[in-house]
Design a protein around this ligand. Structure first.
Ligand code: SAH
Ligand code: SF4
Length: 366
């Protein structure tokens, strides 16, 4: 059996695990420091940890399980990694250089079962969830890549916007967030982490209750049920009213702002009437919702969808603004290397699918 990566344990889980084997509590701090600050790739390098403990760790865990399959560097500094998992599946991770720091987009599942009609992930039905260790390791691999250049660069931001529906892999997502936020290790602040969901209302509520202090983005993409069901079939099970109730609960409970993601699809959801309807839908949440307009990345298999014209984007933006809605548009990264999360993997498995853009936080381009 393949051993799991130790990156999958939260600090508390690691501590209880070591205690259970009769090791002292401080060992957990030492091991954590070697993993996340000194970033060793072998337990044997943990110099101040005693031999018995190292042997125990090595008997039960490995540090790294991902194998680098391909890496592409774009002229704008975006780097796309394709990793091979233990079971041979391929996943991808994107590093983006932003004005505000270094942002990594991670994958949470192999494929996705939500099946949105514009997204290539949906073409690849989910074959499994990633473990918390596999998600953390994506960040570690990127950090190790940065370490190699010896420029003292650290991953500062994380977006959970790669392939998969993070809330369909909830427990592992939460462990992942706790691990990367841990102050004794990577210490990535919650305000620099964004999780994007297609809108699993029950999980939005659970997430609000979990009080993780990270940002939430919800893929709305349409202002009414008829249209949303057409482009996102999840809307049949969780219609907009139910989603909005969950969003209101989240806003009330966390007192944080929320991002509403809206991909602009030419002549489908990008007309003035849609902007007005969206403004109306968000009117009671103006203070706390920011609409992020996303340029569509065309997918061969979904040729019914095209990217909106520049003028439509502008008009949509202006209409929302005029209605008092806070709105931004997203910058694209790495277009010269297919850096949309998903494109590379799809190519490799000859599905010729192209996936969504793995893009970082809101970037106002005007
Ligand atoms: N499953 C989650 C997170 C991953 S998708 C979700 O759907 O929110 C991250 C974002 O990329 C979502 O807003 C999604 O709608 C968007 N996306 C998917 N396919 C895209 C494409 N072809 N072009 C642009 N954005 C896309
Ligand atoms: Fe899955 Fe998100 Fe793609 Fe929808 S947009 S199919 S939820 S990855």
């Amino acid at each position: 059996m393949n051993k799991e990566s130790i990156y999958g344990l939260t600090f508390d889980q690691l501590t209880s695990w070591l205690l259970q084997y009769g090791h002292k509590k401080f060992r957990a701090s030492q091991v954590w420091d070697w993993l996340y600050n000194k970033r060793v790739s072998d337990f044997a390098e943990m110099m101040d940890v005693n031999a018995g403990c190292i042997e125990l760790l090595a008997d039960h865990f490995v540090i790294q399980t991902l194998e680098e399959h391909t890496m592409q560097e774009s002229a704008d500094g975006t780097v796309k990694f394709l990793f091979k998992l233990n079971d041979g599946n391929l996943i991808e991770t994107v590093l983006m250089r932003q004005k505000f720091g270094l942002s990594v987009c991670v994958t949470t599942q192999v494929g996705c079962n939500i099946g949105c009609s514009f997204c290539a992930s949906g073409l690849l039905a989910k074959s499994r969830d990633l473990s918390s260790g596999e998600i953390v390791e994506q960040i570690m691999k990127v950090q190790l890549y940065l370490d190699q250049a010896q420029k003292d660069e650290l991953v500062s931001h994380v977006v959970v916007m790669g392939i998969g529906e993070p809330f369909d892999n909830y427990a592992n997502l939460v462990d992942f967030l706790q691990i990367i936020k841990d102050n004794k290790g990577l210490a990535i602040a919650g305000r620099r982490i964004t999780v994007s969901t297609s809108g699993l209302a029950g999980k939005i509520i659970e997430f609000a209750d979990a009080n993780l202090q990270v940002n939430l983005a919800v893929s709305l993409h349409a202002p009414n049920n008829e249209l949303r069901t057409r482009i996102m079939k999840i809307n049949r099970a969780i219609p907009i009213e139910k989603l909005m109730q969950a969003i209101d609960y989240y806003l009330e409970k966390t007192n944080r702002r929320i991002t509403i993601e809206y991909i602009l699809l030419k002549d489908v959801n990008d007309r003035k009437e849609h902007a007005l309807e969206l403004a109306e839908l968000l009117s009671s949440r103006k203070q706390l919702a920011n609409v992020n307009l996303i340029p569509y990345n065309p997918v061969d298999e979904h040729s019914q969808y095209q990217r909106s014209e520049r003028e439509s984007v502008r008009a949509f933006y202006d209409t929302l603004k005029k209605q008092g809605i806070s709105v931004s548009t997203r910058l694209e990264h790495g277009t010269d290397i297919d850096a949309a999360c998903g494109q590379l993997r799809s190519k490799q498995i000859k599905a010729s699918a192209v996936l969504h853009k793995g893009i970082a936080e809101q970037n106002v381009v005007r």
